[in-house]
Ligand binder design. Structure first.
Ligand code: DAH
Length: 343
C-alpha cells in the first residue's frame, strides 16, 4: 500500500511540474496520464489489490488523482498556444491583422459594363460572336469583297491552318451573324475583344475591345441614330458634353459618319489630347448599307437600320485620363486597384 501511495505522490509532482510548449507535448501528456493505457488507468487497476477495509479511502485518493491530472490537462490545453506565441519575440500580438486585399474590376470591364447598361436601358440586347471568325463574317458580308482596298485599313491575324479563318478585326462581324438569324426587328449591342496586327505602343495594341451597336426595323432614320448616340454620350460623360458628326467612309454603312465629343480634358479650348481642336473622335457609325441587308437575306426595300462601333479603351482613356494603352494589359496592381465602381 505504501508504495502505491508513494507512486501516486511521485506522479502528482511530475504532473504539477509538467510544462508544455507545443500542442503535441500536451497530447503526449494526455496519452501518458489520461490515455486508455495511461498511468491514471494503471493505478486505478491497483484497487483490486487493496484490502477491503481500505478500499473506500483509496478510492477517494485515486479519484482525486484522476481529477488532478484532468485539471492539469485542461490548463495545458488552454495556455499552450498563447504561451508559444508570447515566447516568440518576433510576433507582436498587439499589431492589427494583415488586411485581406480585395480585388477590383478591370477598368475596361467597368466601362464596358457601363456602356452595355446604358444601351440596355434603351432596349438593346447583348449579342456575342466568336473571336476566331471566317472571312465572310468579318469582311465579305460587310461589303468588303476580296481585294477591296478597304481591307487594307485593317492588318489582320490569319489562322495558319485555314486561310479562311482569322482573329476578328472588329465586332461588326457579330452584326452579320445576328442579321443572318433573320429575327427582325434587331436591336443589339455586341461587346467583345478584337485583334489587329499592330505594333504595340502607347496608342495602339494588337488586341483591344469594341462595342458594336445595330438597330434594324422599318423606318429607322439617321435622326434615330443621332439621338441614340447623343443619349449615350450624355449618360456616359455628363450633360455638358457636346457632340458633332463628321462625314466619313465605312464600306458597311451609307452614309457613314464619325462622332466627336467636346474634349473632356480642356472643355473645348484646345489641348494635347484633342490636338488643339477641342474635339475627340469616339466612334464610327452610319446607316446600314443595303448590300449588307441583302447579303444577310433581309429585304432592303422594307427595312433600314443604323450601326455604330466604338473602342472601349478609347472611352476608358478619356473617362479616366489614361494616356498609355499598354497600362491596360500590363497587370500592374498599382494601376488596376485605382478603379472602383458599383457596376
Ligand atoms: N468596325 C469599325 C472599326 O472597327 C467601327 C464601325 C464603324 C462600326 C461604323 C460600325 C459602323 O458599325 O457603322 O473601325
Amino acid at each position: 500500500m505504501e508504495t502505491l501511495l508513494q507512486q501516486i505522490e511521485k506522479y502528482k509532482t511530475e504532473i504539477k511540474d509538467f510544462v508544455a510548449q507545443k500542442s503535441d507535448e500536451v497530447e503526449s501528456f494526455r496519452i501518458k496520464y489520461l490515455g486508455t493505457k495511461g498511468l491514471v488507468k494503471e493505478v486505478m487497476g491497483e484497487m483490486k489489490n487493496v484490502a477491503a477495509d481500505k478500499k473506500r479511502e483509496f478510492g477517494q485518493l485515486l479519484n482525486e488523482f484522476k481529477l488532478f491530472a484532468e485539471a492539469k490537462y485542461d490548463e495545458l490545453k488552454a495556455t499552450t498556444g498563447n504561451e508559444q506565441l508570447a515566447m516568440d519575440s518576433s510576433i507582436d500580438l498587439s499589431l492589427p491583422a494583415d488586411p485581406l486585399p480585395l480585388g477590383s474590376r478591370h477598368p475596361i470591364s467597368l466601362v464596358r459594363n457601363q456602356i452595355v447598361s446604358i444601351f440596355q436601358r434603351l432596349g438593346f440586347a447583348v449579342a456575342e460572336g466568336p473571336e476566331i471568325e471566317d472571312d465572310w463574317h468579318n469582311f465579305t458580308a460587310l461589303n468588303l469583297p476580296e481585294n477591296h482596298p478597304a481591307r487594307d485599313m485593317q492588318d489582320t491575324f490569319y489562322i495558319s491552318q485555314n486561310p479562311d479563318w482569322l482573329l476578328r478585326t472588329h465586332t461588326s462581324s457579330v452584326q452579320v451573324r445576328e442579321m443572318e438569324k433573320g429575327n427582325l426587328p434587331i436591336r443589339i449591342i455586341c461587346p467583345g475583344r478584337v485583334y489587329r496586327n499592330e505594333t504595340i505602343s502607347a496608342r495602339a495594341h494588337c488586341f483591344f475591345h469594341q462595342v458594336e451597336g445595330l438597330y434594324i426595323a422599318e423606318n429607322v432614320s439617321f435622326a434615330d441614330l443621332k439621338q441614340t448616340l447623343y443619349f449615350f454620350v450624355q449618360e456616359m460623360f455628363g450633360k455638358d458634353v457636346k457632340v458633332r458628326f463628321r462625314p466619313s467612309y465605312f464600306p458597311f454603312t451609307e452614309p457613314s459618319a464619325e462622332m466627336d465629343i467636346s474634349c473632356l480634358i480642356c472643355g473645348g479650348s484646345g489641348c494635347n489630347v484633342c490636338k488643339k481642336t477641342g474635339w475627340v473622335e469616339i466612334l464610327g457609325c452610319g446607316m446600314v448599307h443595303p448590300n449588307l441587308l441583302e447579303n444577310c437575306g433581309i429585304d432592303s426595300t422594307k427595312y433600314t437600320g443604323f450601326a455604330f462601333g466604338m473602342g472601349v479603351e478609347r472611352i476608358t482613356m478619356l473617362k479616366y485620363q489614361i494616356k498609355d494603352l499598354r497600362l491596360f494589359s500590363e497587370n500592374d496592381v498599382r494601376f488596376l486597384k485605382q478603379f472602383t465602381s458599383a457596376i
